[in-house]
Design a protein around this ligand. Structure first.
Ligand code: APR
Ligand code: PHB
Length: 389
């Protein structure tokens, strides 16, 4: 069987790409290794950049996001017993939207189903080849049956642990990585959020973040060591730790309750270059990972597939390869800026004992500068609400 585009991975990158292509007359098949239920229940970050929201709206995916999501016009940063707000609206004219990735994924799967776009779930043993030929192929196993799809192009949207990136020969692939010596312990709880906007706190005990999903569902994180496990954090210990790191005002009003999810994620920055090889094009976490500080992961997946869908549509409509040839450079230019911002914000907001007293003083000075400079806040706001796509 031959299809124009085979998409490996049905996370946000893969399913959005299939949707964007279909809307513009390019057909694809999505291959996903997990079950539909598994993909739809994954809990991830929840901040959509202004441009990402516009894009989702433009492609018919904004209805529930606009109804159930929340527009945020700023965030608070806390440090050294102080707290200040960065006013996105005043500094950039736009804000961000709080709408969980889990919800975006539900909307995407609903759209694929409504349009009868084939999404084959629970596939295994995905392999790919012929990347430098005009007939690339993807092999896989589904329900015990070996299958093979021939195609014009392959989109590798299979996340950090996927197989697509590894199909780029080692001599061509360049990987850049930074691992941070700490993780985030996250808790989801059916309690009202402590603040109507996000609070990022840098406290001597470590970083803390107050986020939310809706008026009744809060998402909180604390910086933790890499050797700890979620089992070592009964709810009571988590709430106590969070409270100790929050600025005055927030700590006293924090409503605690049983957690409904608790997990630990290590922090990492990773970029694999180039993002294309022959007829294979990588998008999203398959090509890059950012630490969650600033919530850029999903937004980058959205900008990658926006570029890739435009390039593929140009190829099928006008017969031009120009967009596909430019894809990797174009995507990487934006990716590196988000990598830089996430790395910078991670270093600004976490406790980094390895940088010593000098590092701590520099961090204090930077937070103090940011709190008092509209120029610095504008740079922060511009990156947080999202650079142009
Ligand atoms: N074959 C088929 N599917 C695969 C394979 C494989 N070999 N390996 C991984 N997958 C699937 C995963 O099960 C997952 O559903 O690919 C999908 C990749 O999805 P994500 O990891 O969510 O990555 P992406 O779609 O790029 O979205 C980026 O989601 O992962 C978060 O933090 C990330 O917010 C960011 C956003
Ligand atoms: C979240 O709500 O999960 C979230 C918000 C902001 C971040 C990271 C995660 O920077």
């Amino acid at each position: 069987m031959r299809v124009p585009v085979v998409i490996i991975g049905g996370g946000p990158a893969g399913s959005l790409l299939a949707h964007l292509l279909h809307r513009q007359g390019v057909e694809s098949v999505v291959l996903e290794q997990r079950s539909r239920e598994y993909v739809l229940s994954r809990i991830r970050a929840g901040v959509l950049e202004h441009g990402a929201c516009e894009l989702l709206r433009e492609h018919g995916l904004g209805e529930r996001m606009d109804r159930e999501g929340f527009e945020h016009h700023g965030v608070s940063l806390a440090f050294a017993g102080r707290r200040f707000r960065v006013d996105f609206e005043a500094l950039t004219g736009v804000g961000v939207r709080i709408y969980g990735q889990t919800e975006v994924q539900k909307d995407l799967y609903a759209a694929l189903e409504a349009d009868d776009i084939p999404l084959l779930d629970e596939v295994s043993d995905v392999s790919l080849g012929g990347l430098e030929s005009e007939r690339p192929w993807v092999g896989f196993n589904r329900a015990g049956q070996e299958q093979r799809l021939e195609c014009d192009y392959i989109a590798g949207c299979d996340g950090f642990h996927g197989v697509s990136r590894l199909a780029i020969p080692e001599g061509v692939r360049q990987e850049h990585e930074r691992e941070y010596p700490f993780g985030w312990l996250g808790v989801l709880s059916e309690t009202p959020p402590v603040s109507h906007e996000l609070i990022y706190a840098n406290h001597p005990r470590g970083f803390a973040l107050c986020s939310m999903r809706n008026e009744h569902l809060s998402r909180y994180y604390v910086q933790c060591t890499l050797d700890t496990t979620a089992e070592e954090w009964p709810d009571e210990r988590f709430w106590e730790e969070l409270k100790s790191r929050l600025p005055g005002g927030a700590a006293e009003t924090l409503v605690t309750g049983p957690s409904i999810e608790k997990s630990i994620a290590p922090l990492r920055s990773f970029v694999s270059e180039p993002m294309s090889f022959g007829r294979l094009f990588l998008a999203g976490d398959a090509a890059h990972i950012v630490p969650p500080t600033g919530a850029k992961g999903l937004n980058l997946a959205i900008s990658d597939v926006t570029y890739l869908s435009r390039a593929l549509v140009e190829r099928y409509r006008d017969g031009s390869d120009a967009g596909l040839e430019a894809y990797s450079d174009k995507a990487l230019a934006r990716v590196w800026k988000a990598v830089r911002f996430s790395w910078w914000m991670t270093n600004l907001m976490h406790r980094l004992p390895e940088t010593g007293a000098f590092g701590q003083r520099v961090q204090d000075a930077e937070l103090d500068y940011l709190s008092g400079s509209l120029a610095a806040q504008t740079a922060f706001a511009e990156n947080y609400v999202g650079l142009p796509v």
